[in-house]
Design a protein around this ligand. Structure first.
Ligand code: DC
Length: 225
Protein backbone atom coordinates (compact mmCIF):
# COMPACT_ATOMS: atom_id res chain seq x y z
CA UNK A 1 0.00 0.00 0.00
CA UNK A 2 1.23 3.55 -0.73
CA UNK A 3 0.45 6.58 1.37
CA UNK A 4 -2.83 5.96 3.14
CA UNK A 5 -5.00 8.73 4.57
CA UNK A 6 -8.12 7.63 6.42
CA UNK A 7 -10.58 10.28 7.61
CA UNK A 8 -13.25 9.48 10.19
CA UNK A 9 -15.77 12.25 10.91
CA UNK A 10 -18.94 12.49 12.93
CA UNK A 11 -20.42 13.92 16.11
CA UNK A 12 -19.06 13.25 19.59
CA UNK A 13 -19.83 9.91 21.25
CA UNK A 14 -20.09 7.87 18.06
CA UNK A 15 -16.91 5.91 18.82
CA UNK A 16 -14.72 7.61 16.20
CA UNK A 17 -11.63 8.12 18.33
CA UNK A 18 -11.36 4.62 19.79
CA UNK A 19 -12.05 3.11 16.36
CA UNK A 20 -9.48 5.34 14.70
CA UNK A 21 -6.83 4.55 17.34
CA UNK A 22 -7.29 0.77 17.05
CA UNK A 23 -7.44 0.92 13.26
CA UNK A 24 -4.18 2.89 13.14
CA UNK A 25 -2.54 0.25 15.34
CA UNK A 26 -3.78 -2.49 13.04
CA UNK A 27 -2.53 -0.70 9.93
CA UNK A 28 0.67 0.49 11.61
CA UNK A 29 -0.11 4.13 10.80
CA UNK A 30 0.09 7.27 12.98
CA UNK A 31 -3.18 8.25 14.64
CA UNK A 32 -4.36 11.81 15.35
CA UNK A 33 -7.47 12.83 17.29
CA UNK A 34 -8.00 16.32 15.87
CA UNK A 35 -10.46 17.27 18.62
CA UNK A 36 -7.50 17.39 21.02
CA UNK A 37 -6.12 20.42 19.15
CA UNK A 38 -9.36 22.35 19.61
CA UNK A 39 -9.55 21.23 23.24
CA UNK A 40 -5.94 22.33 23.84
CA UNK A 41 -6.52 25.84 22.52
CA UNK A 42 -9.80 26.09 24.44
CA UNK A 43 -7.96 25.07 27.62
CA UNK A 44 -5.24 27.69 27.07
CA UNK A 45 -7.71 30.50 26.36
CA UNK A 46 -9.78 29.60 29.41
CA UNK A 47 -6.70 29.32 31.65
CA UNK A 48 -5.29 32.66 30.47
CA UNK A 49 -8.73 34.34 30.58
CA UNK A 50 -8.56 35.32 26.91
CA UNK A 51 -11.86 36.32 25.30
CA UNK A 52 -13.02 35.00 21.90
CA UNK A 53 -12.71 38.50 20.38
CA UNK A 54 -9.00 38.91 21.23
CA UNK A 55 -8.10 37.47 17.83
CA UNK A 56 -4.46 38.61 17.66
CA UNK A 57 -3.59 37.02 21.02
CA UNK A 58 -5.53 33.89 20.09
CA UNK A 59 -3.59 33.56 16.84
CA UNK A 60 -0.26 33.92 18.66
CA UNK A 61 -1.22 31.23 21.15
CA UNK A 62 -2.62 28.86 18.51
CA UNK A 63 0.54 29.10 16.39
CA UNK A 64 2.70 28.16 19.38
CA UNK A 65 0.71 25.07 20.26
CA UNK A 66 2.87 21.97 20.17
CA UNK A 67 1.16 18.69 20.97
CA UNK A 68 2.89 15.40 21.64
CA UNK A 69 1.22 12.07 22.22
CA UNK A 70 2.88 9.49 24.45
CA UNK A 71 0.88 6.30 25.01
CA UNK A 72 -2.53 7.58 26.14
CA UNK A 73 -1.16 10.92 27.40
CA UNK A 74 -1.27 14.33 25.74
CA UNK A 75 1.52 16.88 26.27
CA UNK A 76 0.80 20.51 25.45
CA UNK A 77 4.02 22.53 25.06
CA UNK A 78 5.74 19.93 27.23
CA UNK A 79 3.11 19.72 29.99
CA UNK A 80 0.84 16.73 30.53
CA UNK A 81 -2.74 18.02 30.04
CA UNK A 82 -4.51 14.69 29.49
CA UNK A 83 -7.08 15.34 32.23
CA UNK A 84 -7.36 19.12 31.83
CA UNK A 85 -8.49 18.98 28.19
CA UNK A 86 -11.34 16.57 29.00
CA UNK A 87 -13.00 18.52 31.84
CA UNK A 88 -16.63 19.59 31.49
CA UNK A 89 -15.49 23.24 31.45
CA UNK A 90 -13.35 22.67 28.36
CA UNK A 91 -15.95 20.37 26.76
CA UNK A 92 -18.69 22.97 27.16
CA UNK A 93 -16.56 25.75 25.68
CA UNK A 94 -14.80 23.94 22.85
CA UNK A 95 -17.49 24.38 20.18
CA UNK A 96 -17.59 28.15 20.59
CA UNK A 97 -13.81 28.32 20.34
CA UNK A 98 -13.53 25.93 17.39
CA UNK A 99 -15.89 28.05 15.31
CA UNK A 100 -13.34 30.91 15.18
CA UNK A 101 -12.02 30.84 11.62
CA UNK A 102 -8.53 32.15 12.48
CA UNK A 103 -8.09 29.23 14.89
CA UNK A 104 -9.31 26.67 12.34
CA UNK A 105 -6.86 27.91 9.70
CA UNK A 106 -3.88 27.43 12.03
CA UNK A 107 -5.03 24.03 13.35
CA UNK A 108 -5.83 22.66 9.87
CA UNK A 109 -2.25 23.47 8.74
CA UNK A 110 -0.85 21.69 11.80
CA UNK A 111 -3.07 18.66 11.20
CA UNK A 112 -1.98 18.32 7.56
CA UNK A 113 1.64 17.96 8.69
CA UNK A 114 0.80 14.72 10.48
CA UNK A 115 0.17 12.81 7.24
CA UNK A 116 3.94 12.35 6.74
CA UNK A 117 5.15 9.92 4.11
CA UNK A 118 3.11 6.87 5.22
CA UNK A 119 -0.23 8.54 5.84
CA UNK A 120 -2.43 8.85 8.91
CA UNK A 121 -5.71 7.86 10.49
CA UNK A 122 -7.38 11.06 11.72
CA UNK A 123 -10.77 11.64 13.31
CA UNK A 124 -12.75 14.85 13.77
CA UNK A 125 -15.49 16.92 12.19
CA UNK A 126 -13.96 18.24 8.96
CA UNK A 127 -11.20 15.77 8.15
CA UNK A 128 -12.76 14.39 4.95
CA UNK A 129 -14.23 17.72 3.88
CA UNK A 130 -11.48 20.26 4.68
CA UNK A 131 -8.27 18.84 6.18
CA UNK A 132 -7.82 15.96 3.70
CA UNK A 133 -10.38 16.26 0.88
CA UNK A 134 -8.08 13.90 -1.06
CA UNK A 135 -8.15 11.19 1.67
CA UNK A 136 -8.09 7.62 0.35
CA UNK A 137 -10.98 6.61 2.60
CA UNK A 138 -13.60 8.73 4.29
CA UNK A 139 -16.05 7.50 6.89
CA UNK A 140 -18.87 9.29 8.68
CA UNK A 141 -20.10 7.81 11.96
CA UNK A 142 -23.49 8.56 13.42
CA UNK A 143 -25.38 7.12 16.37
CA UNK A 144 -28.58 7.43 18.40
CA UNK A 145 -28.37 10.42 20.79
CA UNK A 146 -29.19 8.48 23.99
CA UNK A 147 -26.49 5.91 23.23
CA UNK A 148 -23.96 8.68 22.60
CA UNK A 149 -24.89 10.33 25.90
CA UNK A 150 -24.51 7.05 27.79
CA UNK A 151 -21.05 6.54 26.23
CA UNK A 152 -19.99 10.08 27.14
CA UNK A 153 -21.26 9.54 30.69
CA UNK A 154 -19.05 6.46 30.94
CA UNK A 155 -16.04 8.42 29.60
CA UNK A 156 -16.53 10.99 32.38
CA UNK A 157 -16.97 8.21 34.97
CA UNK A 158 -13.65 6.74 33.83
CA UNK A 159 -12.11 10.13 34.63
CA UNK A 160 -13.78 10.11 38.05
CA UNK A 161 -16.67 12.53 37.32
CA UNK A 162 -20.27 11.48 37.90
CA UNK A 163 -22.48 13.60 35.64
CA UNK A 164 -26.26 13.22 35.21
CA UNK A 165 -27.34 11.82 31.83
CA UNK A 166 -29.72 14.72 31.29
CA UNK A 167 -26.91 17.23 31.57
CA UNK A 168 -24.80 15.30 29.07
CA UNK A 169 -27.74 15.01 26.67
CA UNK A 170 -28.27 18.78 26.71
CA UNK A 171 -24.57 19.44 26.27
CA UNK A 172 -24.34 17.01 23.32
CA UNK A 173 -27.36 18.58 21.60
CA UNK A 174 -25.91 22.05 22.04
CA UNK A 175 -22.50 20.99 20.72
CA UNK A 176 -24.09 19.23 17.70
CA UNK A 177 -25.99 22.41 16.87
CA UNK A 178 -22.88 24.57 17.09
CA UNK A 179 -20.66 22.12 15.16
CA UNK A 180 -23.22 21.61 12.37
CA UNK A 181 -24.25 25.22 11.97
CA UNK A 182 -20.98 27.11 12.23
CA UNK A 183 -20.03 29.10 9.12
CA UNK A 184 -16.51 27.78 8.71
CA UNK A 185 -16.11 24.03 7.93
CA UNK A 186 -19.24 22.75 9.70
CA UNK A 187 -19.73 19.10 10.59
CA UNK A 188 -21.28 17.54 7.49
CA UNK A 189 -21.11 14.33 5.50
CA UNK A 190 -18.64 14.44 2.65
CA UNK A 191 -20.26 13.32 -0.65
CA UNK A 192 -17.77 10.48 -0.99
CA UNK A 193 -17.86 9.30 2.65
CA UNK A 194 -19.09 5.86 3.68
CA UNK A 195 -21.67 6.21 6.46
CA UNK A 196 -21.81 3.92 9.47
CA UNK A 197 -24.49 3.80 12.17
CA UNK A 198 -22.62 2.74 15.32
CA UNK A 199 -25.68 2.55 17.63
CA UNK A 200 -25.65 -1.23 17.88
CA UNK A 201 -22.02 -1.91 17.13
CA UNK A 202 -19.10 -2.63 19.41
CA UNK A 203 -15.73 -1.03 18.74
CA UNK A 204 -14.22 -4.18 17.21
CA UNK A 205 -17.06 -4.32 14.66
CA UNK A 206 -16.45 -0.70 13.73
CA UNK A 207 -12.72 -1.30 13.27
CA UNK A 208 -13.49 -4.39 11.20
CA UNK A 209 -15.96 -2.51 9.02
CA UNK A 210 -13.25 -0.07 7.94
CA UNK A 211 -10.40 -2.56 7.87
CA UNK A 212 -12.25 -4.92 5.53
CA UNK A 213 -13.03 -2.13 3.10
CA UNK A 214 -9.42 -1.01 2.96
CA UNK A 215 -7.98 -4.48 2.62
CA UNK A 216 -10.51 -5.62 0.02
CA UNK A 217 -10.01 -2.44 -1.99
CA UNK A 218 -6.31 -3.22 -2.02
CA UNK A 219 -6.98 -6.76 -3.22
CA UNK A 220 -5.45 -8.21 -0.11
CA UNK A 221 -8.54 -9.85 1.33
CA UNK A 222 -7.46 -13.20 2.68
CA UNK A 223 -9.27 -16.15 4.25
CA UNK A 224 -8.90 -14.82 7.79
CA UNK A 225 -11.37 -11.98 7.16
O1 DC B 1 -13.97 15.06 19.17
P1 DC B 1 -14.06 15.98 20.38
O2 DC B 1 -15.34 15.88 21.14
O3 DC B 1 -12.87 15.87 21.27
O4 DC B 1 -14.00 17.45 19.74
C1 DC B 1 -14.10 18.59 20.53
C2 DC B 1 -14.66 19.75 19.73
O5 DC B 1 -13.70 20.20 18.79
C3 DC B 1 -15.94 19.50 18.95
O6 DC B 1 -17.08 19.91 19.67
C4 DC B 1 -15.80 20.32 17.72
C5 DC B 1 -14.34 20.60 17.60
N1 DC B 1 -13.70 19.94 16.48
C6 DC B 1 -13.74 20.56 15.26
O7 DC B 1 -14.36 21.61 15.14
N2 DC B 1 -13.10 20.03 14.19
C7 DC B 1 -12.43 18.87 14.31
N3 DC B 1 -11.80 18.37 13.24
C8 DC B 1 -12.40 18.19 15.55
C9 DC B 1 -13.06 18.74 16.62
Amino acid sequence: MGKLIIAIDGPSGTGKSTTARLLAEKLNLPYVDSGIFYRAITYLLFKNKIKPDEIKRIEQIAKKINLEFKDEDVYLNGINVTKEIRTLDVTNRVSSVSKIKEIRKIIVEKLRNYAGSRGVVMDGRDIGTVVFPEANYKFYFFCDLNTRAARRQQDFLDLGHKIPLKKILLELKKRDELDKNRKDSPLKISDDAIELDTTNLIIEEQVDFIYKRIVSANNMLNNEL
